[in-house]
Write a protein that binds this ligand. Structure first.
Ligand SMILES: [Zn+2]
Length: 304
């Protein structure tokens, strides 16, 4: 049916050739979504979240953040599930909510995860809004959702997960920090769904004006190679390197569960976990670079 219609359009185009390029819609599967990823939109998403104020788990601001994310995701065709759970923390029992977004595409089953945490670290005295830490990656993931939706064939293969409770109340231990990703990985295993995912990308701190994505040295080798290749293809390879130490982050429980997951994080960020982690440290271009590389990687390599 589609081929016949396309053939007819083509024949008509030959008859009146000159404006065919404008009138024939571009085929979805050819769309270069990495060119559509907007750093400005991603940055505006971050601004919205930062304007809600600090977003520690269980606060009104983090619930506002969830509503914002959900509304935006649904507007571009994603279905959002709230994965609610309680966990013991050094501050007592806390409610956490992961948001899991899947695309309403026919006959599709997600095989790849793209994730970010959206909570901010709890500070008793300082006002910490996490523009880069929790903000940048989430704003970029929301923009990625928008461009993926332009390619339903791709979007159907991706599950987007917004983790709550990445930050430790005191320090990372088996029971402090990574609350959302630990629970998510545990549920996948309990539901025998781990094997459904052959890989994952974690976004974290990626908005610094002076962008250097510092991949953890223990990153899955094939993923790292393909991310470098995607960066090379988009002429932004110089912004990607390896970190000199391992990094504990939300990719850790996923890797432990057997889903090879890479952490796209810029750990060379002096305002990290200080009140200085504010919007003025970020640039739209940095968000665009990481977003475009990820979109290219998904479209041209991982899910081709
Ligand atoms: Zn942090």
């Amino acid at each position: 049916m589609f081929i016949v219609a396309a053939g007819l359009l083509f024949a008509l185009g030959l008859l009146g050739a000159c404006d065919r390029a404008q009138t024939q819609p571009q085929r979805d599967t050819r769309k270069k979504i990495w060119e559509d990823f907007s750093g400005d939109r991603a940055l505006a998403n971050v601004q919205t979240m930062v304007d809600f104020g600090p977003r520690p788990p269980g606060t009104e601001a983090i619930e506002k953040t969830r509503k914002f994310l959900t509304t935006q995701l649904e507007a571009s065709g994603w279905k959002v599930e709230r994965q609610v759970f309680f966990d013991e923390t050094p501050r007592g029992k806390v409610e956490f909510v992961n948001l899991i977004a899947t695309f309403a595409a026919k006959d599709s089953k997600p095989s790849f995860l793209v994730c970010s945490h959206y909570d901010t670290k709890t500070f008793d005295t300082a006002r910490f809004v996490g523009a880069n830490d929790g903000g940048s990656s989430t704003g970029a993931l929301l923009e990625l959702a928008r461009v993926l939706a332009e390619r339903p064939d791709l979007a159907g293969k991706v599950e987007l997960v917004f983790f709550d409770g990445e930050e430790a109340y005191e320090a990372f231990t088996d029971t402090d920090g990574l609350f959302g990703s630990r629970y998510f990985a545990k549920r996948l295993a309990a539901e025998s769904k781990t094997a459904q995912f052959r890989g994952g990308i974690l976004f974290d701190m990626m908005g610094d004006r002076s962008l250097t994505i510092t991949l953890p040295p223990d990153s899955p080798a094939e993923l790292a190679r393909d991310i470098f290749a995607s960066a090379e293809a988009l002429n932004v390879r110089k912004h990607f390197t390896y970190f000199d130490r391992d990094i504990t982050d939300d990719h850790t429980p996923l890797n432990d569960a057997g889903i090879p997951t890479i952490d796209l994080i810029d750990f060379d960020y002096p305002p990290w976990h200080t009140p200085e982690d504010t919007m003025d440290k970020l640039s739209a271009e940095s968000l665009r670079i990481v977003g475009a590389v990820t979109a290219y990687y998904l479209s041209e390599i991982a899910l081709k």
